[in-house]
Design a binder for this molecule. Sequence first.
Ligand code: HEC
Ligand code: HEC
Length: 337
Amino acid sequence: MKRKALSTFSTFSTLLFAASIASAQAAAPQAEPVQPIAPAKIQYPDRVELGKKLWFDPRLSRSGFISCNSCHNLSMGGSDNLKTSIGDKWKQGGINSPTVLNSSLNFVQFWDGRAKDLQEQAHGPIANPIEMAFTHDLAVDTLQSIPEYVAEFRKVFKSDKLTMAEITLAIAAFEETLVTPNARFDKWLKGNKKAIDAQELRGYQLFKSSGCVACHSGPNLGGNSFQKMGIVAPYKTANPSEGRAGVTGKDVDRFNFKVPTLRNVALTYPYFHDGEAATLTEAVDVMGRLQLGRKFTSEENADIVAFLKTLTGDQPKLMLPILPPSNDSTPRPKPFE
Ligand code: HEC
Ligand code: HEC
């Protein structure tokens, strides 16, 4: 008798629970592992404008030739489309340049997560000998020698001293505007069922059911965890990058990388930290085999690739900034010495 009462009770509560789930789903029709991204909310427009100038200014490099945009070309999905980047004196970079589009949505920056946010990240490339090869002091001196910059920094930060902290804050403010809303897939998530076609939808379903979403989820389809590259079978590469272990020194973190975003992935070839996968077809095949132990048929692969191509959003539209000219006292570029 008691047991019956209990089970009646639990059946009832299960029903209630199911009903509450159903109503929650009705309220949020897109209870999906991927969420649409919102347009940028611009908090400090004058910081953004200054940051945009710094983003395009090659005088932050020793050569006077390399800007942030050299390796994160906003005309090409915020990447350089090279296996690894070319830096000062044509030196070969050690790792593939990730896109800056939507990088504000990543939980940490860099493949190994060594910078906690965009401002901290922006300290890196200016002084990196195989990127811009400058020093922070020289970067500050250079900008300080240009009266228009001095005036603009004063206006934006209301302080007389131009600092590296201000430079990186302005760059980060600009980067935060580099989000790409309105991808066809986002329109579908928001309820426009015609925004993607049958093949693209099959691709998304397979992306979910085969387990890609275990790592590529959230608004950025990635960028929210470190994961091992080569779970089911090892990934073979000549690239010496260790991933997260390079930061923590722990063996368990070897070959763990920040999961890259799949937003705009059709534009950001080649793929993986070593840039060794030239095409999406190849990248999807490697992911299936090495991360999930699954060999996709060519139809399945094509479906997933079709889905991935729906993730290209509105690219940032910008007016090229006109940079203030150097002054007589501005340190001269050193492209060849
Ligand atoms: C010479 C090429 C080069 C230049 C110049 C360069 N970067 Fe990068 N950038 C890279 C590479 C390569 C990485 C990945 C490095 C790593 O993860 O270890 C990267 C990583 C990043 C990331 C992290 C993205 C992510 O998803 O983790 C951001 C943000 C970024 N760069 C912004 C900038 C800014 C701002 C500048 C200018 C101050 C700049 N970059 C200049 C090549 C470059
Ligand atoms: C266990 C976690 C995990 C799973 C599951 C997973 N991925 Fe990945 N994915 C990663 C990591 C980590 C990387 C970066 C690997 C590297 O660069 O060495 C990556 C990289 C990629 C890239 C290249 C992106 C770029 O910009 O370089 C694509 C495309 C991709 N994954 C698609 C997929 C697809 C499709 C699936 C399902 C078939 C999938 N992934 C399953 C963790 C995962």
